[in-house]
Design a protein around this ligand. Structure first.
Ligand code: CMC
Length: 374
């Protein structure tokens, strides 16, 4: 048998088939370009597209919104548990625990039928943001607030987190960020979810694993580090020296580079103008100028373009959101994509079990413990 080619990090390896999204000729979800979706759609329409295979008709959208609205509750024992988790525990760890807790109160948890998984996915889509918002308020010493089913998904999120009526521009920008975060082919967390599903485990377990994978700074965790970078640099005049120093120390600059997009991440390009606009409206133009300078130097020195996390972190900052919410917001959006992939995996399942090149010692003879030396 000929030895298959090894590709470190599985770069370029085709590890499965999907009808959910494609990066060929730009990013598209089920055939619709993300630019079109970001321009025209709401997150609810995109979630429907990902989970149900098509954009909803007006009637289907009403039904979908009603179903989501009717599930806007998190079981009280889960809220009680959230109170007991030490305040120092990071929000992403609470999200992972929260997804696991939600499994214990979901009557269909072990049902892997297509329709049951769609129903569970719809529940997770509304429960995870409520859980996130509840925990956010509890750590501030405030009581959780209920979701408001009259509001859109994006507006509700901002409302639950900020308790201020968001402007239409903020709501639209949040919608766009959720749409762009919702799905991205075989990225690390989605692949994790598919591997877990492929053992015939369950949707909640797949989502818990995916949250764990997303948390890392090379993946979703980058958006929180982006803000830390900008805040630590402080002012535009320090940007050049900061980047040169970081590169000299061989540090990775979060929010730059991508495994697939070597010439630029289309999601970053879409968010950037919204970011500049919101910066101007909220008095944050200096941070935008600083970010532009960092981007210019990173490109000049390394030819690395920004990825989606570079502008999205700033967008969330301009909303007035706390940094520890940035990656959890990514979770909220990507739950739609993860769930669609788990459902697709289970609909055509074969266990995912790749091979490895062995690099350890050759065959050795057993020695009793007394014969292994001092
Ligand atoms: N800063 C500095 N150098 C970098 C960066 C960066 N952000 N990204 C790549 N490089 C360098 C890397 O050091 C290496 O240089 P050399 O060949 O001299 O050793 C070269 O580029 C290739 O790096 P790689 O790790 O082999 O490339 P990859 O395709 O495996 O990496 C990546 C992709 C996203 C892990 C990487 O670009 C990175 O670490 N970026 C920063 C983290 C980040 O922003 N992640 C968010 C990704 S997009 C949204 C998401 O999925 O969450």
């Amino acid at each position: 048998m000929s030895q298959p080619q090894y590709s470190p990090g599985l770069e370029g390896v085709v590890a499965g088939e999907t009808a959910i999204s494609s990066l060929d000729g730009g990013l598209s979800y089920r055939g619709y370009s993300i630019e079109d979706l970001a321009h025209h759609a709401s997150f609810e329409e995109v979630a429907h597209l990902l989970l149900h295979g098509d954009l909803p008709t007006a009637g289907e959208l009403d039904d979908f919104r009603r179903r989501l609205g009717s599930q806007e509750v998190v079981p009280p024992p889960i809220l009680e548990t959230l109170r007991r988790i030490p305040v120092k525990v990071p929000m992403m760890d609470v999200m992972r625990t929260g997804a696991s807790l939600l499994a214990h109160w979901d009557n269909e948890v072990a049902d892997n039928a297509h329709d049951a998984n769609v129903r569970k996915a719809e529940r997770l889509l509304v429960q995870l943001p409520i859980l996130m918002a509840a925990r956010h308020r509890l750590v501030q010493g405030k009581e959780p607030v209920s979701a408001d089913p009259r509001r859109s998904f994006a507006e509700n999120l901002l409302w639950m987190l900020l308790r201020n009526q968001p402007t239409p521009q903020m709501t639209r920008a949040m919608d766009v960020s959720l749409i762009l975060y919702a799905e991205h082919e075989f990225n690390a967390s989605t692949f994790t979810a598919r591997v877990i599903a492929s053992t015939l485990s369950d949707l909640h377990s797949s989502i818990c694993g995916a949250i764990g994978a997303l948390k890392g700074p090379l993946h979703g965790g980058a958006n929180e580090r982006v803000l830390a970078i900008l805040q630590s640099i402080g002012t535009t005049d320090k940007a050049e020296a900061w980047v040169m120093d970081a590169l000299a120390k061989k540090q990775r600059i979060m929010g730059f580079g991508h495994r697939v997009y070597k010439d630029g991440d289309p999601r970053a390009a879409y968010v950037k103008p919204m970011c500049s606009e919101l910066a101007a409206q909220t008095g944050n133009t200096p941070m935008e100028e600083l970010a532009d300078k960092v981007q210019e130097v990173v490109w000049r020195e390394k030819k690395l373009p920004p990825n989606v996390d570079w502008p999205t972190a700033r967008l969330y900052h301009y909303f007035g959101l706390a940094v520890e919410l940035y990656t959890p917001l990514f979770v909220v959006a990507r739950t739609a994509g993860w769930s669609a992939h788990v459902i697709e995996q289970l609909d055509q399942n074969r266990l995912i079990r790749p091979a490895a090149n062995y690099t350890g010692p050759g065959k050795r003879e057993w020695k009793a413990v007394g014969d292994r030396g001092a």
